[in-house]
Ligand binder design. Structure first.
Ligand SMILES: Nc1ncnc2c1ncn2[C@@H]1O[C@H](COP(=O)(O)OP(=O)(O)OP(=O)(O)O)[C@@H](O)[C@H]1O
Length: 336
């Protein structure tokens, strides 16, 4: 079990290492019959080798599109219209675990065969492939791995398929792992095991991991740093401790508060008031302002730039600008 303090130390160490991915002013757009939309907007980010970066945010924030940009697998109707993504990974050094695991498994091959095929391309000798495949199944917490080895995707539950995809992904011996909601179909025990595995891999093999998730517990346990996305932008980024214990952006605060509430009172589903904005029509200014009861006048007028909280902690909120007075917009006032 890793303590928060140890993980924090590890986070700082990790950040001192080399940059693995650099994103500079990235815009991703879709042309739809209704017009052009920009679900990822002017996004800049650096990820270090061996780091686990969790990307948190509600549905539609642009998390998956960002992750797909890292893999070079944007949908055919999406375009990078501005900005740059550079990284130090070859195509074969990347692996991705996507939200719908069953889509990514070959229905004509047993799980074991699929892992062994991947091991072949990773240069593992024929005589070692079976035992390595079994080890991988065990590592991804597949009980009864001998049975799973021979099963086909249609015989697996969502949770087992998710872990099978993870085993195939790890058979690639990747240096970069993009894990998009890898724990959604898992129960609490298996979620914990998978998260432990990500942490172990980051320590043992310096695997760089982008963990896209709605799941705050997963981010809390696994991540070195957390980036919070809202309306296509990163609105706060910092070490796990900074974001979780000293959140600055009102959206991050609301996200954490809603999660806290859910934990304390499991019977009630508490979410942030209002709905996330549509990328076709993001609100002017700070896109969260229309859902923020404490929004400043300035929030409705101009988009806040990323501002420094500490060397490792940044947030895009006018609350950090000394010129901005907290002048709450009058009830019923116009929302820019
Ligand atoms: N192929 C597409 N065509 C048009 N719009 C798309 C397409 N793919 C994604 N979008 C839109 O881009 C926005 C961001 O999508 P994305 O999948 O990145 O969100 P997300 O933060 O990962 O959400 P979720 O957690 O629900 O997966 C959404 O509004 C989505 O509707």
């Amino acid at each position: 079990m890793i303590t928060a303090q140890a993980a924090g130390k590890r986070g700082e160490e990790t950040m001192r290492r080399n940059t693995a991915i650099s994103v500079d002013g990235l815009w991703v757009s879709f042309t739809t019959p209704e017009g052009i939309m920009h679900p990822v907007r002017n996004l800049s980010l650096e990820v270090c080798h061996g780091e686990i970066l969790a990307i948190l945010g509600e549905s539609g924030a642009g998390k998956s599109l960002l992750a797909k940009t890292f893999m070079g697998i944007l949908p055919s109707d999406a375009q990078v219209v501005k900005g740059e993504v550079s990284d130090s990974f070859g195509f074969e050094e990347r692996a991705m675990v996507l939200q719908d695991p069953k889509k990514f498994l070959d229905p004509t091959l047993s799980i074991g065969k699929q892992i062994m095929e991947t091991l072949k391309y990773s240069g593992v000798r024929r005589s070692q492939r079976r035992s390595e495949a079994m080890k991988l199944l065990e590592r991804v917490a597949m009980d009864d791995s001998e049975k799973r080895f021979h099963q086909y995707v249609h015989e697996l539950s969502g949770g087992l398929a998710q872990r099978a995809v993870m085993a195939v992904a790890l058979a690639k011996k990747p240096k970069l792992l993009i894990a998009d909601e890898p724990t959604t179909a898992l129960d609490e025990k298996n979620e914990e095991k998978l998260i432990d595995l990500l942490v172990e891999l980051s320590e043992e093999t310096a695997l760089t991991t982008i963990l896209v998730t709605h799941n705050l517990q997963a981010a809390r346990k696994a991540a070195h740093r957390i980036a919070v996305m809202y309306a296509g932008r990163i609105i706060e980024i910092g070490t796990k401790e900074e974001v979780l214990t000293q959140p600055v952006h009102p959206y991050t605060q609301a996200l954490l508060a809603s999660d806290q509430f859910r934990k304390n009172d499991k019977g009630r589903l508490v979410t942030i008031q209002g709905i996330p904005p549509c990328p076709m029509n993001f609100p002017k200014g700070d896109a969260f302002s229309v859902r923020n009861p404490d929004a400043l006048v300035m929030d409705f007028l101009e988009e806040p730039p990323m501002m420094k909280v500490s060397d490792t902690h940044y947030a895009a909120t006018w609350l950090l600008d000394p010129r901005c007075k907290r002048s709450k917009i009058a009830e019923g006032g116009t929302h820019g």
